[in-house]
Design a protein around this ligand. Sequence first.
Ligand SMILES: Nc1nc2c(c(=O)[nH]1)N[C@H]1C(S)=C(S)[C@@H](COP(=O)(O)OP(=O)(O)OC[C@H]3O[C@@H](n4cnc5c(=O)[nH]c(N)nc54)[C@H](O)[C@@H]3O)O[C@H]1N2
Ligand SMILES: Nc1nc2c(c(=O)[nH]1)N[C@H]1C(S)=C(S)[C@@H](COP(=O)(O)OP(=O)(O)OC[C@H]3O[C@@H](n4cnc5c(=O)[nH]c(N)nc54)[C@H](O)[C@@H]3O)O[C@H]1N2
Ligand code: SF4
Ligand SMILES: [Mo]
Length: 726
Amino acid sequence: MSTRELPTYCRICEPLCGLIATVEDGRLIQLRADKEHPLSRGNACPKGIAFTEIQNDPDRVLYPLRRTAAGEFERVSWDTALDEIGERLRGLIDEHGMHSLGWYFGNPSSFSYSHTLWMLGFQMAAGLKHVYSAGSQDINNRFVASQLLYGSSTSVPVPDLDRTDFLLMLGANPLVSHGSAMSVPRVRDKLTAITKRGGRVVVIDPRNTETAKLFEHVGVRADGDAWLLATLLQVIFEEGLEDTEALRRQATGARELRDAVARFTPEATAEVTGLEPDRVRALARDLARAESAAVYGRTGTCLGRHATLVAFLIDALGLVTGNLDQPGGSVFGKELVAVSKLNARLGLIGYGKNRSRIGGFPDVLGTFPAAIMAKEITTPGPGRLRALFTSAGNPVSSVPNGRELASAMEQLDLFVSIDIYVNDTNRMADYILPATTFLERDDIPLPFTALSPTPYTQYTERVLEPYGEAREEWRIVDDIATRIGVQPFALGAARPVGRLLSGLRRRMPRLPARPTPQLLVDLAVRTGPYGDLFGLRRGGLSLRMLRRHPHGLVLADGITTGVLREVVMHKGGRVQLDPDEIIIELRGLADRPADPTYPLRVIGLRELKSHNSWMHNVEPLMRGDREHAARINPKDAAVAGIQDGDRCRVTSPHGSIEVTARLTEDMTEGTVAIPHGWGHRGGWQRANAAGGANVNDLMSTDLADVERLAGMSNLNGIPIRLDPVA
Ligand SMILES: Nc1nc2c(c(=O)[nH]1)N[C@H]1C(S)=C(S)[C@@H](COP(=O)(O)OP(=O)(O)OC[C@H]3O[C@@H](n4cnc5c(=O)[nH]c(N)nc54)[C@H](O)[C@@H]3O)O[C@H]1N2
Ligand SMILES: Nc1nc2c(c(=O)[nH]1)N[C@H]1C(S)=C(S)[C@@H](COP(=O)(O)OP(=O)(O)OC[C@H]3O[C@@H](n4cnc5c(=O)[nH]c(N)nc54)[C@H](O)[C@@H]3O)O[C@H]1N2
Ligand code: SF4
Ligand SMILES: [Mo]
């Protein structure tokens, strides 16, 4: 018997905590926090530790599955599955063209460099149009705001937590989520350090969250953030508190922005925000006068009706108060691989290069809103989506109106899923192809270095050989692509990938014609901002060098400021504060008309022991009879005639679900919070038995309800009504 202890890192969420895996004869025995990891230092959450249960879950899919005429799944060989898929795809492409093919990639794909890279390579080489992702339910508005502000979609500033005197946080709950769009192990320590050194943390959230309770809470009304941010700017301009020097140096369009926010006085917006005018005025003054301040927003600000505007105003507020690209403000980390620069030069992916067939939405980094996927399947005409692949995604559970999507999927000619489970979506697939877990593949967290206030990275080899016949996603993508004559990364592949590789080959004659992801990522890291430049930069990074630091490596003490000129891609190198898109949004900003039939608003909620839709099969996380419950303010419950523990019906204009009511003063009046990712019907026994409902059955995919600029799904602030269940 051989027992080994192998350092690796967790790829469930963004702090990427260091883990030690105990492996015995090829089986995972245990995961524990890695004390030698330079930043997480022996810290990991219950989900990371409980991943052992997923790795060894008897419900995991370990062999290719094919659906029979009777609707059951049967095991088939990889060759059979891939050959049959290839043949059906070729038939479809012959008849309807490449544009009948589509792909949805879910959240866990962002934690695998090889998965992301090969998806992108396939998309570009094949010219796929129907590409969708979890991004339109998560963060695409942030990328569009960056495009408008900086001319660079992938440049996202992070709060400089180690140096800030004032953190203004909107719609984020890092004590539970562990931080997002910022990679911060031990985020709780980082936040409490701010107040310990005399600073302030103010949390804007309709719920008095775990994070808000530790600091200062401002109970904004759901979806009121655009008004609140415009008001903060109005007060700052009105009272002359703006940093004129920063505005002159860094920005264009300040006067137009000032004019556009002029009507948003604290009095004018008090009803929409639910906040006392004097309180908002004081907040604006404190923020503007703070020695340094960082404004940060996350999913609570991304899923409302004005998501791109909100993300834009968050950075604008930072700039106007002189805190953008300044120590203690919102700062731009250095990328591990120079994606933004490369992209700017080659124009690979961006914003609005294409428009969707349905609704005419602009693409965001090559993806369209997942909210229109169902209609793209059901609407006849050229370019109709007929063959769909999903990888690491569960869209029936995660996108608005899951029922519509599920029924649309019945019309697909072919549906193939790459996953580790039979989930609520791929239960209807023609084929499910078993993916490796993160422990079964090598990795380096490419996008996260630039999002870490303390830049770091870590390379890990796989710590387990794949169980059963699981395969890495990139290989599966490659095998499928090859069968339809597409080569994701190969010399001679279609432009722009082929051109990129040919360019590389000219400089590196020994580059193989069909490089592996590992080879490509090594090249990218070595030529990147931290790279060893093949020996030209001493102490620079390569995978070989990173293998000598198996617990991870801190790359710098903090993020270098004063880099705005390099970040901004607009001509003149200045941040644009008055793009037409934003000025138009501000002019038209109007609250939803009140509808007495739906007097309340529903928002989301994340729980420590859930992870989106896919960790409800894990026994240690489900102990204590966990159930799916709506958090309701006692006053709202009383009006609806509902008591704690009752079953209640939640109805929106678009659907209706039944959940358990949990009354709590944590909710501000008028807002109800319900977690997403429940109500399972997949191949996971414990999760199915846990009950609950799919909250996204309440959400709308009407084209008018999809946010116009970034195609964001509207999942927060939806009007609802509560009724007792007899
Ligand atoms: N109402 C509401 N809806 C929301 C949200 C909300 O706040 N409120 N949040 C949104 C957000 S932020 C997100 S990111 C989305 C998530 O939306 P999705 O990404 O569509 O769904 P997940 O629940 O993350 O499901 C991930 C799937 O990947 C599989 N998986 C796990 N690891 C791997 C792996 O290594 N390889 C492969 N191939 N598969 C793997 C899991 O089994 C699961 O089936 O949900 C969104 N939906
Ligand atoms: N335990 C756990 N951790 C996770 C996940 C998980 O499912 N479980 N999911 C991961 C993923 S995919 C992501 S993207 C991140 C998300 O990371 P976060 O965004 O930090 O996570 P949430 O807990 O959803 O925080 C959103 C907050 O916004 C508030 N909110 C809702 N509507 C509004 C509004 O209109 N205005 C304002 N100001 N606030 C509002 C909610 O009450 C909530 O507290 O978390 C990641 N980490
Ligand atoms: S916080 Fe938990 S789930 Fe997230 S990376 Fe760390 S251990 Fe994994
Ligand atoms: Mo997410």
